[in-house]
Design a binder for this molecule. Structure first.
Ligand SMILES: [Mg+2]
Length: 204
């Protein structure tokens, strides 16, 4: 069910940023055959995990330093701030990379959750913690992301799950999202924050 929206939680990579991180290539470089990277790293011995963390941090830091915003990202975040709608950033990325990203683009959020802060999505816990911080129930919060983990954690937390489709096709699991968008600016319409489109022939 699509709830009212009193807060918005954004994923970072591929949602606020253009999707540049190739997670499959990164996993292959680390030596992970299948499954998500962070979970696979937890099963490694200490030496292998240290090596994996080094590669991961190097790749993430480089991606953050070169990151480009999605079309409309700045406009949407600013519109939400102007409307006093609380915003948060929720990522499996590192605190260091998030700070690089925020500084690079001059973006600010009311709350930020990175992998250093505890259990990561697809667990619903990051959504619950951010909602507590923002003072808004999960049931009145929208979670925006481009990957299955974003949708799964939103649904498990009782939030509204919004899937941003990038250039790739529509995955099978997209139907589990409550809302599917192709441009972040689509968020502004149901919130009543979309800029009025000038009427053809209207007087200035
Ligand atoms: Mg993402």
């Amino acid at each position: 069910m699509i709830s009212s929206c009193r807060a918005i939680i954004f994923d970072m990579d591929g949602t606020l940023t253009r999707p540049v991180l190739d997670f499959d290539a990164l996993a292959a470089r680390i030596g992970i055959d299948e499954g998500p990277i962070l979970e696979a790293m937890q099963r490694m011995d200490d030496a292998a995990r240290r090596r994996a963390e080094s590669i991961l941090q190097e790749v993430e830091a480089d991606a953050a330093a070169r990151s480009e915003l999605q079309p409309g990202a700045m406009e949407v975040v600013q519109a939400l701030r102007d409307a006093r709608i609380p915003t948060a950033l929720m990522t499996r990325n590192s605190r260091c990379s998030v700070e690089t990203f925020l500084d690079r683009h001059g973006l600010r959020f009311d709350a930020v959750r990175t992998r250093e802060d505890g259990v990561v999505k697809p667990s619903p816990e990051p959504v619950h913690q951010l909602c507590r911080t923002l003072g808004v129930p999960a049931g009145q919060t929208w979670v925006i992301g481009d990957y299955r983990f974003d949708i799964d954690c939103a649904i498990a937390a009782g939030a509204t799950a919004v899937l941003l489709l990038n250039d790739a096709g529509t995955p099978d699991w997209a139907r589990t999202a409550h809302v599917v968008i192709r441009d972040l600016r689509e968020l502004l319409v149901p919130l009543g924050l979309a800029a009025a489109t000038p009427r053809c022939g209207a007087e200035a």
